[in-house]
Design a protein around this ligand. Structure first.
Ligand SMILES: *[C@@H]1O[C@H](CO)[C@@H](O)[C@H](O)[C@H]1NC(C)=O
Ligand SMILES: *[C@@H]1O[C@H](CO)[C@@H](O)[C@H](O)[C@H]1NC(C)=O
Length: 393
């Protein structure tokens, strides 16, 4: 055999062994079915005790394990699943529906994971039953702000795949203080007029990807808060909803910035905004740096492209409406479709901190089948390729 052939055979053997190793289960996998811990799929009996017990068993075992929630509807009161765990591979396989109690209370989280590493959620539906709280809010009573349906706080190596979240009281999914989170094939659904029901909120987190996700909700489809770095969003649909939003930033004087964000292959349908950056009109040392928005399709979106540095509800504490947030290096490439308002490209930046390094390339946005308009204030940028509306830099 020639030397080349010998190394090829050796390589094949090594590859074969590697494949074999991968095909074997990583360890003896323990399976914790919540029904064995007393959960009942009758939609009435609280399953938070059984779920916590199953979690305790999985978390204290060194083996990788699966917590199994079978088909049917399990009522679940607010629950915190805490680490650190001995195992760094816990799968939560949901075939059925977890349903929040129909009456709201003062908890600010419904299903909370904290200090965990290596937790994956596959499938299932979580139903926050937000209607009771929303009607309280619309009748202007003294109502609590509501609970986020699913939150990962201070966690690492997380996967959320194939989950459906409906009717959250407040945010659907929050990723806070995390490293390495994949959200894929998730569906989010709440009415367009449900208050503060952001789809996915990411804050103080790094290496987060959100892909293949459909969001219909009453507030931002995805909101990106202070301290977010290396965020990749791809293949997301939004609408109804308030768009994909970096911000609000700059509420605090001392605040972490947002850096390295890619948003690509998105479709917005009748949403309030498309691609938005929003900051408070007040002093802050926060920033937005290195953002790429590319390949977005807009269907009748009110503000397809918008930077708004004047956010100041109730007009309190915003001297001169001048935001301290520095916006540097934001590229828009291949953004097409229809705007529901005349100004389709709106850069309304801070007088004390003008936006710098804004790039527009291949934009085609129409308003009632005619050219839309663009608006520039305190912004500096460059434009390439066909641009409709023409740039106002
Ligand atoms: C964990 O795995 C070991 C073998 O690797 C097995 O003996 C043990 O019973 C397993 N523990 C649980 C809780 O399943
Ligand atoms: C984020 O991902 C990059 C590239 O994979 C890696 O080098 C870096 O260590 C990660 N950062 C954190 C905090 O996990």
């Amino acid at each position: 055999m020639s030397r080349l052939n010998t190394s090829f055979v050796l390589l094949s053997i090594i590859m074969g062994l590697l494949l074999l190793v991968q095909a074997l289960p990583p360890d003896v996998e323990a399976n914790y079915n919540i029904v064995n811990y007393g959960a009942k799929s009758d939609g009435r009996t609280d399953s938070s005790g059984p779920l916590s017990s199953a979690w305790q068993a999985a978390c204290t075992s060194t083996n990788s394990s699966t917590i199994y929630i079978p088909g049917g509807t399990f009522m679940l009161k607010p629950v915190t699943l805490k680490g650190p765990c001995k195992s760094n591979r816990i799968i939560v396989q949901i075939d059925g529906t977890l349903m929040a109690p129909s009456s709201y209370n003062t908890d600010s989280q419904w299903i909370k994971f904290e200090h965990v590493d290596g937790v994956s959620i596959y499938g299932g539906t979580i139903n926050g039953q937000g209607q009771t709280l929303w009607s309280c809010k619309s009748s202007n009573n003294d109502c609590p702000s509501g609970a986020t349906s699913l939150i990962f706080n201070d966690a690492k190596n997380i996967m959320i795949s194939g989950l459906t979240s409906i009717d959250s009281e407040l945010y659907h999914i929050v990723i806070h203080g995390c490293e390495g989170v994949q959200v894929q094939g998730v569906k989010i659904n709440a009415p367009g007029n449900s208050p503060n029901t952001d789809g996915i909120h990411v804050q103080k987190s790094t290496n987060v990807t959100i892909t293949g996700t459909d969001i219909k909700t009453g507030d931002d489809c995805i909101s990106i808060g202070p301290g977010t770095t290396n965020l990749w969003i791809e293949g997301v649909t939004c609408g109804p909803g308030h768009g994909i939003s970096i911000g609000s930033l700059g509420k605090e004087k001392e605040e972490e910035g947002v850096q390295n964000v890619v948003v690509k292959n998105t479709v917005f349908t009748r949403s309030q905004n498309g691609l938005r950056i929003k900051t408070w009109g007040r002093p802050s040392d926060s920033f937005v740096k290195g953002v790429v928005f590319e390949h977005a399709l807009m269907h009748n979106v009110h503000n397809p492209i918008i930077i708004d540095q004047n956010y100041c509800p109730h007009n309190l504490g915003c001297p001169g409406q001048s935001s301290g947030v520095k916006i540097r290096g934001v590229a828009y490439n291949d953004i097409q479709g229809s705007s529901a308002s005349k100004v389709a490209v709106n850069f309304d930046c801070s007088p004390s901190n003008p936006c710098r390094g804004i790039v527009l390339e291949d934009i085609k946005l129409t308003y009632r089948n005619k050219h839309a308009e663009s608006y520039c204030k305190n912004v500096d940028g460059t434009a390439y390729g066909p641009l409709v509306p023409p740039s106002c830099f």
